[in-house]
Ligand binder design. Structure first.
Ligand code: 3PY
Ligand code: ZN
Length: 632
């Protein structure tokens, strides 16, 4: 049936297939073929062999899983971690108790921000779950493991074809003594746009039920109004709620008038007053310099009565120093990543900070030999993902000038290259800075950073700069994200919108009053349930299916089509998921409780007159042939 669908497809008929034909034509999958599971998986692997590695799968060194943390039967060895204390004391008493300890508590970001920042969020549940029992043990003295939220939700469905909810459930089970932390983009939840309140509320509720213990909540413009509802909803779940304010500018710069020490202390107090158990500084671009960190946390310490948490990135190379200075000033918790997943656009190295603090009163309590083993494991895993890594090879202090968050830096570079003008990157960086000023000198983090990036690219394409935009740019129509920003749809920037440019961009449209989430009609969750039942093969729809569709309708539909066509591909190891198999190589996949199939790839034919190749596999010893369209 799939072949019939391909042949019937208008794109195919018109001969307009590109290499993304299959991915971008979900209707191909509308008919659910009556093939057995093993054949479907073989077809998935076949597609990777033909269209990804093109018959040349790279060779990888053997990946050695950590040797500790697991019982013989594969279950996790239980320890007495932060989760145990939290369950005993509850959120308020537990978080207050952190302040009585001298120890610098650690949040291990390896399973979320580290791979989001270094390799486009591509680590799969399979990669993480192997490290989970060891992480549970190594993090016994830590505060939490950030393992969910941010971009991981979207990417799991969109590119990894696996369920983020199953990831959360499995990690939570494999790390029973560990607090699982997530990053929530306030009214944007784990998306890029404001969602109606009922979507955000439902999302928070089911995330808590499914295994999130700590909600870190931020708004991309530090607009506290947008954070109130998600904070209140998270508090209702009984879990730990951390309000985060994004750091930009430089508090030590005598010319700084907006993002001053007073600004951060004021915002922190607002979040404390909303009932947050912890306050975090979220330094997403790595702009917080070491001595600024000392000054900032000294002030916050004297003004707040809740624990303080530092999140930074090592983009400039100053990350470890910033963490140590914050530790000097009394920060309670610091985000760090396992060494082989640290530095550059990721978090500073946990191994380095743990070593640096040994023998001091702020010793992290972490066992550095265990950290070394975890580092070795991720080092092995990382070889599979080199294709997703950015070109950034060294730290870069230019970030202080342009304030481009790490992830966006590499994205922008890729965008500029795709425009065919890599030499334009210098110009784009200058324009990014100008665009930021024109938009009102705003916080730049998902999704506000995209507004600035889109504006910079738009200025470059249209020959605009800060001196001519109000005249030459008067009659142009601006990118959607920029219009949305000036409409007030992502929130309000500190100091308000620059009115002259706002008028030019909106061309008579009236910006919204108040919060976008409150104005949006509630999502019709019943209608979504009906759509899913009618469109897909699921017999029952659960609240997770509904909320995933509510946030990402197309991505979620495509994920379901993929599942219906290929079944569950999440159990494949990542080398097979991304590259298929080499000739003669075999892989074993669990297709049910204790049930495995062995798939060996034998050979492939040349394409036939319609472009299909026949691939021969041995499935549990029996020869099976599958046809794959060669899209090269
Ligand atoms: C996210 O929103 O995914 C981030 O990591 C922002 O820094
Ligand atoms: Zn971050």
């Amino acid at each position: 049936p799939f072949l019939i669908n391909v042949l019937k497809s208008q794109i195919w008929v018109d001969g307009k297939c590109t290499t993304t034909f299959i991915e971008s034509t979900p209707e191909l999958f509308h008919i659910v073929p009556g093939k057995d599971r093993a054949t479907k998986i073989a077809e998935f692997i076949g597609n990777k062999i033909v269209n990804e590695s093109k018959g040349n799968k790279p060779e990888f060194d053997k990946i050695v899983p950590p040797s500790f943390g697991m019982n013989e039967d594969g279950s996790t060895i239980e320890v007495n971690g932060a989760k145990n204390a939290f369950l005993k004391m509850g959120a308020t008493e537990f978080t207050q108790s952190l302040m009585k300890e001298k120890r610098l508590f650690v949040t291990d970001t390896t399973m979320r921000d580290a791979h989001q920042s270094l390799m486009a969020t591509r680590l799969r549940t399979n990669d993480l779950i192997v490290a989970a029992p060891a992480t549970n043990m190594a993090m016994e003295k830590a505060f939490s493991v950030e393992a969910w939220g941010g971009a991981t939700f979207d990417v799991a469905y969109r590119f990894l074809k696996e369920s983020p909810w199953i990831r959360l459930q499995q990690l939570s089970k494999a790390m029973p003594n560990t607090l699982i932390q997530m990053l929530l983009r306030a009214s944007n939840a784990v998306g890029y746009a404001n969602y109606p309140d009922n979507v955000v509320q439902e999302f928070i509720k089911i995330s808590a039920e499914r295994g999130v213990d700590v909600f870190r909540i931020f708004d991309s413009l530090n607009w506290v109004e947008n954070m109130k509802m998600p904070i209140e909803e998270s508090l209702k779940t009984g879990k730990i709620v951390e309000g985060a304010i994004c750091y930009t500018g430089d508090i030590l710069n005598p010319n700084e008038t907006k993002y001053t020490l007073e600004y951060y202390v004021r915002k922190a107090k607002e979040l404390e007053a909303l009932g947050c158990h912890i306050f975090a500084i979220k330094d997403m671009a790595g702009l917080l310099k070491p001595y600024a960190a000392k000054e900032l946390f000294t002030a916050l310490k004297s003004e707040l009565s809740i624990p303080l948490h530092l999140h930074t990135h090592d983009t400039t190379g100053n990350g470890v120093s910033t963490v140590l200075m914050a530790a000097e000033a009394g920060v309670n918790i610091a985000d760090l990543a396992i060494q082989s997943m640290s530095s550059l656009t990721s978090q500073p190295s946990m191994n380095a900070v743990a070593e640096a603090l040994k023998g001091t009163e702020r010793d992290t309590g972490l066992d550095t030999d265990q950290l070394t083993e975890l580092s070795r494991y991720y080092d092995g895993v990382r070889q599979i993902f080199t294709g997703f890594e950015s070109e950034m090879k060294t730290p870069n202090t230019e970030i202080y000038k342009y304030e481009i968050p790490g992830g966006q830096y590499s994205n922008l570079l890729a965008q500029v290259k795709a425009m065919g003008s890599a030499d334009n990157f210098e110009e784009i960086k200058q324009l990014y800075k100008q665009a930021n000023d024109l938009l009102g000198n705003i916080i730049k983090v998902t999704p506000s950073s995209k507004v600035v990036g889109d504006m910079a690219i738009f200025m470059s394409k249209n020959g605009l700069n800060q001196d001519n935009i109000l005249t030459e740019g008067k009659d142009l129509s601006y990118p959607d994200s920029v219009v949305d920003y000036f409409m007030g749809n992502i929130g309000k920037p500190e100091g308000g919108f620059p009115e002259e440019l706002q008028n030019i961009v909106l061309k008579g449209k009236k910006p919204i009053e108040g919060r976008a989430g409150a104005l949006l009609a509630p999502a019709d969750l019943k209608a979504i349930e009906k759509h899913l039942l009618e469109t897909h093969t699921m017999k029952r729809i659960n609240p997770r299916n509904i909320i995933s569709y509510a946030m990402y309708p197309k991505v979620y539909d495509d994920y379901c089509y993929h599942w219906e066509y290929y079944t569950d591909v999440s159990k494949l190891t990542s080398d097979v998921y991304f590259f298929g198999l080499a000739k003669g190589e075999e892989t074993s996949i669990e297709i049910g409780e204790g049930k495995n199939i062995l798939i060996k790839y034998m050979d492939m034919s040349d394409p036939d007159s319609e472009g299909f190749r026949s691939l021969t596999f041995e499935i549990n010893g029996a020869v099976r042939e599958v046809k794959v369209l060669d899209q090269n």
